[in-house]
Write a protein that binds this ligand. Sequence first.
Ligand code: P6P
Length: 328
Amino acid sequence: MNKNRTLGEFIIENQKHYQATSGEFSRLLSAIKLAAKIVSHKINKAGLIDIVGYSGSTNIQGEDQQKLDIYTNDVFINAITNREVVCGVVSEENDDFIILNDNALHNKYVVLIDPLDGSSNIDVNVPVGTIFSIYKRVTPIGTPVKKEDFLQKGNKQVAAGYIIYGTSTMLVFTTGNGVNGFTLNPAIGSFYLSHSDIKIPSNGNIYSVNEGNYYHFPQGIKEYLKYCQEVKAGVAYTARYIGSMVADFHRNMIKGGIYMYPNCNANYQGKLRLLYECNPIAFITEQAGGKAISGLQRVLDMQPLEIHERSPFYCGSIKMVEKLESFL
Ligand code: P6P
């Protein structure tokens, strides 16, 4: 595969996979590409301009909103709106779904997004990420309907991806035909194919979980962690947890590993949101040959009931997830 290809060229060359959408889907991916560049530029200056820290407001989750949370949310929603292919958006930063404008009511797609996951890490220079999930609307036209258009099962996604704003900015996404990663060359503002057809190693020795919640974990999770720490059969596991899911997941996808956010006392349904954190990462996981479960079932088969609902989440190398399942 030509590694010098830009993301724009890749999108055009793969239009055949986009279910004959007469270029609309390509325009949507291109909007995400543009927003990623704008946010990357702002984040990379975060320490130098008045854009870090709390905004003084909170979101529906009751979480303090960072200035960059709100900025990033605005950038992605504006970019998506301007391409005139999306009728509505669900965002972690907004209480209910957003209808983009009256002219958008005939548009085919809905987008669900966590604009800046891990944003509390910005002030300490830890990588953060944008996570997005794309569906075709189910209702034919007009104002989108929450249940039909936004509360779709994850197995109906037409695309999902994340942008990781780290030592380099990468856009990693799938349209159901494998996973590809593109690295931004900031000098010229283009994303280049750097990780083609990413596959998660079927096994690994990295586990990522906040062990500060250990006491409140389900018994099966405690037993799995004990199994990892006993170094049986010569496998020496290592704990890696940076508190920014996109960063933890990306590392584990490349090296092999398992990311876990169990339900625990403080988060009895888990902390991660099903629609715009678990489902997109689960879609990418499976497309890269891994496995993603809630502890009870395949994440992508879960029927969402609310737009901000949470779920326990376990994803990564298939053999590690299956080993975990044997303890549940
Ligand atoms: P804790 C960030 O807020 C996030 O949603 C994920 O990115 C991250 O993995 C997790 O929460 C960290 O949560 O409770 O371990 O600090």
